[in-house]
Ligand binder design. Structure first.
Ligand SMILES: Nc1ncnc2c1ncn2[C@@H]1O[C@H](COP(=O)(O)OP(=O)(O)OP(=O)(O)O)[C@@H](O)[C@H]1O
Ligand SMILES: [Mg+2]
Length: 310
């Protein structure tokens, strides 16, 4: 379990991470999604003790990372695969980790095997590795101590489609065995494929979180009638949430039958009635990605709430 509690990290005037709270649960892969510069790496750096929080707290398995006696045995971390020492071979990198953690030497070969690096590749210097090979080596280091938690910053960077699939299966297995996985990405498509839960960050603030299928799948109902204002009022007075979308349609949390019945009882002929697409997250992510100005995020939060209701 990973808990981030009201975490803020300031660099001068910039709140790189601004009052962020979320939990990554055991048995689940949590995708930390956000565009470039959103604050993902900063959050993960604070979580793994590489940066100190300005305020708030981040804990892994109930403790702050720096308080873990032999962290590699509890938390596998891969933050920056290109930061590995280029002069060492892959095998030397792993031997160093194996000794630091006090593990048997056999773990080195087991890990090379696990991440699909051949014996010959293990003998090559890391500076000659491709980014994908570095990611695999970084994962090998992270997994060596058989930890219960994995923290991975953009682990799919540099992996080819087969590599991404391989990583997804590996992380799936890790979570299915009860492990907690927190991984970041700036690509919605990647997170969609891998994560059970999504925490979305933009401009240092959490803008959405929840189960992937709820955030991206069809949620709620879309109903259209000639008079969207009257339809909205009828749905609200029947006890449902209802938001006019501005194009004549109304998004509501009422089920299909209930939405149809409300419209019928209000004497409003329905011209469209269907399960909503749930593209709110994607739209919002695109909006965040396109935005190059720091703005008040609260207006976006509203947009998303509408999008998810839709
Ligand atoms: N050491 C630092 N000093 C000053 N500003 C920093 C520092 N580290 C990060 N920042 C700033 O904090 C903000 C968040 O950066 P961060 O690296 O956490 O983003 P990110 O979500 O990981 O982005 P990316 O997808 O590009 O990796 C950025 O504006 C960045 O410039
Ligand atoms: Mg980053």
């Amino acid at each position: 379990m990973i808990r981030i509690d009201s975490l803020t990290k300031r660099y001068g005037d910039l709140a790189a991470v601004d009052d962020v709270s979320f939990t990554a649960f055991p048995g689940r892969v949590t995708g930390f999604l956000g565009p470039n510069g959103a604050g993902k790496s900063t959050t993960l750096r604070v979580l793994t003790g590489l940066a100190t929080p300005t305020t708030g707290r981040a804990t892994v398995l109930g403790r702050r990372y720096p308080d873990l006696p032999n962290p590699g045995l509890e938390v596998g971390v891969l933050l920056d695969a290109s930061a590995q020492h280029g002069g060492r071979t892959g095998r030397e990198t792993l031997v160093l980790a194996q000794r630091t953690m006090g593990l048997p030497p056999i773990r080195v070969d087991e890990m090379l095997d696990l991440v699909g690096l051949t014996w010959a590749e293990g003998k090559r210097r890391v500076r000659d590795y491709s980014l994908g090979m570095r990611q695999r080596l970084g994962l090998a280091t992270a997994l060596m101590g058989d930890p219960r938690v994995l923290v991975l910053d953009e682990p799919a960077n540099g992996l080819d489609p087969a590599g991404i699939r391989w990583m997804r299966d590996l992380l799936r297995g890790f979570a299915d065995d009860g492990g907690t996985v927190l991984l970041s990405s700036h690509l919605l498509s990647e997170i969609e494929m891998i994560a059970d839960d999504i925490v979305m960050i933009g401009h240092g603030q959490i803008v959405a979180s929840g189960a992937t299928h709820e955030l991206l799948g069809g949620v709620g109902t879309l109903v259209r009638a000639d008079d969207d204002a009257r339809l909205t009022a009828a749905l609200v007075s029947a006890g449902f949430q209802a938001t006019p979308r501005g194009d004549g349609a109304v998004a509501t949390d009422a089920g299909l039958a209930a939405a149809g019945e409300v419209a019928f009882c209000a004497g409003l002929p329905v011209t469209e009635l269907r399960t909503a697409d749930g593209h709110g997250l994607e739209d919002m992510f695109l909006e965040l990605t396109a935005a190059d100005q720091r703005e008040d995020i609260s207006s976006r939060r509203t947009t998303l709430a509408e999008g998810v209701a839709a």
